[in-house]
Write a protein that binds this ligand. Structure first.
Ligand SMILES: [Zn+2]
Length: 127
């Protein structure tokens, strides 16, 4: 999915996360988060690229993250950097959805920086 990024947000992220250990893989991309065997970038056209696809297996090449993974990385980056505007990228609660019962809409659950039940959306689609 494409997130509605803007230059101000990318600049804020660049100031918070930009360093030489993780050079941007393409023009305008910014580091969102890095962890023990993974990395994720936000591109200037609003995609999240990661080396950890949905299967969870490690891969050297960067691919577009699936929606759940992309949203959870954005929520984690917002927590780590304090850039609350990152949360504005996440789709608003649709009429057909309900508040996530696991995190009560807070996007975080006890002992988890990002709620697993809703991937940090704060809402889930009603069955
Ligand atoms: Zn939740």
């Amino acid at each position: 999915m494409r997130f509605p990024v803007n230059e101000a947000l990318l600049d804020a992220l660049r100031r918070a996360n930009g360093h030489d250990l993780f050079p941007a893989p393409q023009d305008g991309a910014v580091l969102l988060d890095a962890w023990f065997d993974g990395v994720a970038y936000l591109t200037s056209d609003g995609r999240v690229l990661t080396n950890q696809p949905a299967s969870g297996e490690f891969d050297d090449s960067l691919k577009e993250a699936d929606d759940d993974f992309a949203i959870s990385v954005i929520v984690r980056a917002a927590r780590q950097t304090g850039i609350e505007q990152l949360l504005d990228l996440i789709p608003r609660t649709p009429d057909s959805a309900t508040v996530c019962a696991s995190c009560n809409g807070s996007r975080s659950a006890p002992l988890e920086p990002v709620c697993r039940a809703c991937s940090g959306r704060g809402w889930v689609q009603s069955a």
